[in-house]
Design a protein around this ligand. Structure first.
Ligand code: NAD
Length: 488
């Protein structure tokens, strides 16, 4: 049993102002594995004050981007050096399989930090434009104090997608992790201590949604970076809008993978491992609608069924495990309800649909393949967030694109085809923020985010940095030369 009694404010571990406790429950054993303070509005006040002081009076925004980048590199190296420990903590608190935790939760996070550290050298924080009326010095200044609010499914990764660009920009941050996954956030605080991050640059208060809402509304917050559900995102956008706070929202998805008639099934089907069943479906980018040509329907369903049946369910700490438990009992109820509704609405369970017999405890759901799904049915329209993939038949490639676009969401997607040019053509037509041809991938140097109700703004790439910057234009007398600043 791990017990934490402090929050992280102003570079110090200090007691919470309240007595509330969050119990962290293992999704595998259903036992309480840790207790941490349930952060209060008073804790948020203290965290925002520390972040404000570090931004308004501290050296942090005055450091050069290269100096701030050196902290990102040091943080990345510190995390990487302890990768297996961090991976084990995340697998234990939220159930993601250890192999995915190593690569998807931890290593990917260090890649994001390294990417932003590297961007310091090439990004123009200042440039001179020889404009219509004369020269203008264009500056990109930090937006101020940012609130980072993250979910439990990829807790560290969604955190560094905010810290990387925020720190490089010169912002200071108040992080509110999800109550389901506080333990990696404590590791992050300790890592920041170890690398000597200036005090107040990162402050962490673990708390629930009401306290999160208080953080969003806090007058000391200039920008909100949020990852989570579309429902919460809408509330946060409305709250931020009242004060015109800057906001980036990374929300839910219901992405489609199109198998064109000429797709190589030996390539396309195993990609479901990384897309539809990624983090056992607890991924915003999960491609949980597989669109299959009627001409190759039964052949494709057979291959998908064989693949789904082969997924290894078990203890998330076992390196062989591919499908772990869902994060919480309520999440399993929700997924089971979606499976029941899918059948009522005409879907057929080809594989799974129940609880695995091999697990006597834990919030497990079998990897499930639902076939003959209607494109307008609930399971085809709503985010399930569990190991459930639906197969929808289409008549023509144009029909496949139309079905892919028949969604309130637009976060991810893929197409599989023998002809890459055709794949690019399909990618251009699908209304979604990220897409892959013949693979499932995420590129950290390219913008990531959602069309439609999947979000607002972008993370990753230079676009993710721009989200933590304000542009300022300084018009200059003709002929002015600003030393060291590039003319574009
Ligand atoms: P959630 O929206 O319930 O909670 C996310 C975080 O926001 C938590 O820290 C929660 O305490 C906080 N929160 C909730 N309501 C709030 C409010 N009104 N004001 C301030 N904070 C609030 O989501 P979840 O169940 O933790 O995570 C799953 C969701 O996250 C899924 O919908 C998934 O698609 C989405 N997600 C999106 C991305 C992406 O990049 N697009 C990545 C991962 C997860």
């Amino acid at each position: 049993m791990e017990t934490r009694e402090h929050i992280y404010v102003g570079g110090n571990f200090v007691p919470s102002t309240g007595n509330g406790v969050i119990e962290v429950i293992s999704p595998h054993t259903e036992e309480v594995i840790a207790r941490v303070p349930d952060g209060t509005t008073g804790d948020i006040d203290a965290a925002v004050a520390a972040a404000r002081e570090a931004f308004d009076d501290g050296p942090w925004p005055q450091l050069t981007p290269a100096e701030r980048a050196s902290y990102l590199s040091a943080l990345s190296a510190e995390i990487l050096a302890n990768m297996d420990h961090w991976a084990g903590v995340i697998s234990t608190e939220m159930g993601s399989p250890f192999g995915f935790s190593q690569m998807g939760q931890i290593y990917a996070s260090t890649m994001v930090l390294d990417y932003y550290a590297g961007l310091a050298a090439s990004y123009n924080f200042e440039e001179v434009r020889n404009g219509v009326m004369g020269p203008a010095l264009v500056r990109r200044e930090p937006v101020g104090v940012a609130a980072a609010i993250v979910p439990w499914n990829v807790p560290l990764f969604t955190t560094v997608l905010k810290l990387g660009p925020a720190f490089l920009a010169g912002c200071t941050v108040v992080l509110k992790p999800s109550p389901e996954t506080p333990l990696d956030a404590y590791l992050l605080a300790e890592a920041c201590e170890k690398i000597g991050l200036p005090k107040g640059v990162l402050n962490i208060v673990v708390a629930g949604r009401e306290t999160g809402a208080y953080l969003v509304e806090h007058p000391g917050i200039d920008k909100v970076g949020f990852t989570g559900s579309t429902a919460a995102g809408k509330m946060i956008a409305a709250a931020a809008g009242k004060h015109l706070k800057r906001v980036t929202l990374e929300l839910g998805g219901k992405s489609a993978s199109i198998f064109l008639p000429d797709a190589d099934l030996s390539v396309a089907v195993p990609q479901a491992r990384g897309s539809g069943f990624l983090n056992h479906g607890q991924a915003c980018v999960a491609q949980t609608r597989i669109l299959v040509s009627r001409d190759r329907y039964s052949e494709t369903v057979d291959a998908l069924a064989e693949f789904t049946s082969s997924q290894i369910v078990g203890d998330p700490m076992d390196p062989a495990t591919q499908i772990g438990p869902l994060v919480a009992s309520r999440q399993r109820d929700r997924v089971e309800n979606y499976i029941a509704v899918a059948q009522k609405e005409g879907g057929k369970i080809a594989v799974g649909g129940g609880r695995p017999a091999s697990q006597s405890k834990g919030w497990y759901v079998e990897p499930t393949l639902v076939i003959d799904v209607d494109e307008n049915s609930t399971i085809a329209q709503e985010e399930v967030f569990g190991p459930v993939v639906s197969v929808i038949a289409y008549d023509t490639p144009e029909d496949a694109v139309r079905i892919a676009n028949n969604s309130d969401f637009g976060l991810s997607g893929s197409v599989f085809t023998a002809d890459v040019a055709t794949g690019i053509d399909v990618a251009r037509k699908v209304r979604t923020g990220t897409y892959t041809v013949n693979a499932f991938a995420l590129e950290f140097a390219a913008p990531f985010g959602g069309f439609k109700q999947s979000g607002l703004g972008r993370e990753m790439g230079p676009e993710g940095l721009a989200a933590y910057l304000e542009s300022k234009s300084i018009s200059l007398p003709a002929g002015t030369v600003v030393p060291g600043v590039p003319i574009v």
